[in-house]
Ligand binder design. Structure first.
Ligand SMILES: Nc1ncnc2c1ncn2[C@@H]1O[C@H](COP(=O)(O)OP(=O)(O)OP(=O)(O)O)[C@@H](O)[C@H]1O
Ligand SMILES: [Mg+2]
Length: 344
């Protein structure tokens, strides 16, 4: 199923929770809505699910306008952050619930529940109640329950955020494998960039109800178009555009926002002071040796009328022999690794 979100706006009183949001979600793909708290991720998911009515714009599922389809007829499977299983029903009854609502025949329900429980590797838990399961197990049941009625689209709102780090990592892999195996179009909300980068085919970065950029994890990391995305995904050094670094003309955003340059820490080379490739002089402020990798914090000072100071982080392979706090180094960077960014 292909889902098109077209120019969707949603207001709560004065607040624009969604501001002209357009996203196209390809059949069978997993898309993450990523952004800080309050940026509108849950609101957008609820609009898609039909649990919240938008003020403007359109939702189109495989060519069909969803505006007139009420939530219960959209056939979307939803999993929320908090465990939303019915506490007074067994695991099997929880998974069967949506099928009973849809008047599936008894025999088929029993078969489907069995199939779903084995999909999430919890057949042996069918007779238990939710409180007898761990958080991770409960979320897997919530997933089985959402998938049981063969939904057109799967919607997940921070399904892993209440779990501890190890379970979260296991479930990331499990959900992604399951999603790919079933080929089900899926939207997952998260504020965890690592989760988005490891799981998604496409990531939509949001801020204040607006889409800042969307693309594959690789595109967002290598070719962010603005400062917000650059700094939200990984670490990005931000340098004023007139400090003497090569300014790539291609890839310059067309908008009217002021521009800065972005350089990833791993793209910076540190050279001896007199090196011919020297672009900027800098002073080493801090050296953190992590074994295979060394993080170096540097300070670029400019003694002009403006006397600016810019802080830079470089990551170099290995133990960084000979690097000491206080020494002067030369910064060099290949032109193609410098990214022109909109300041916003
Ligand atoms: N029912 C509501 N009534 C009024 N304002 C709301 C309502 N629901 C959400 N908001 C506001 O809309 C904005 C977006 O909220 P939303 O829950 O979509 O954010 P979010 O990105 O999911 O954040 P989080 O990561 O904290 O879950 C927030 O400012 C929130 O306070
Ligand atoms: Mg939310």
């Amino acid at each position: 199923m292909t889902l098109d979100i077209q120019n969707v706006t949603k207001r709560f009183g004065e607040l624009k929770a969604l501001d002209d949001v357009s996203i196209s979600i390809a059949n069978g793909s997993l898309v993450c809505f990523l952004g800080p708290s309050g940026c509108g991720k849950t609101t957008l998911l609820r609009v898609v699910a039909g649990l919240e009515l938008h003020d403007q714009g359109k939702l189109v599922l495989d060519g069909q306008d969803l505006s007139l389809v009420p939530a219960r007829n959209r056939n979307f499977g939803v999993v929320f952050q908090s465990y939303s299983l019915f506490p007074n029903m067994t695991i099997a009854a929880n998974v069967a619930y949506g099928l009973e609502c849809r008047n599936w025949p008894r025999k088929e329900i029993a078969l489907r529940v069995e199939e779903m429980l084995s999909l999430v590797h919890l057949n042996d838990q069918a007779r238990k109640y939710p409180h007898q399961l761990s958080g991770g197990q409960q979320q897997r049941i919530a997933l089985a329950r959402a998938l049981a009625p063969k939904p057109a689209v799967l919607l997940l709102d921070e399904p892993l955020s209440a779990l501890d780090a190890k379970v979260r990592e296991e479930l990331r892999v499990e959900i992604r494998m399951l999603q790919q195996r079933l080929g089900i179009t899926t939207i997952m909300v998260t504020h965890d960039q690592e989760e988005a980068l490891t799981m998604a085919d496409n990531v939509v970065v949001m801020r204040d109800g607006r889409v800042m950029q969307s693309g594959t994890p690789m595109e967002l990391y290598r070719r962010p178009s603005n400062r917000f995305v650059a700094e939200f995904i990984g670490w990005m050094n931000i340098v004023p555009a007139d400090m003497g670094l090569p300014f790539p003309e291609n890839g310059r955003p067309a908008g009217s926002h002021p521009l800065v340059l972005g350089i990833r820490p791993e793209d910076i080379q540190l050279l001896a002071e007199q090196d011919a490739l020297c672009l900027l002089q800098a002073t080493v402020d801090q050296v953190t040796r992590l074994g295979n990798l060394t993080r170096v914090r540097l300070r670029i000072s400019e003694n002009g009328a403006s006397s600016r100071e810019v802080r830079i982080m470089a990551e170099i392979q290995g133990m960084g022999e000979g690097l000491e706090v206080g020494m002067n180094r030369c910064i060099s960077v290949a032109g193609e690794s410098v990214r022109v960014l909109e300041w916003r």
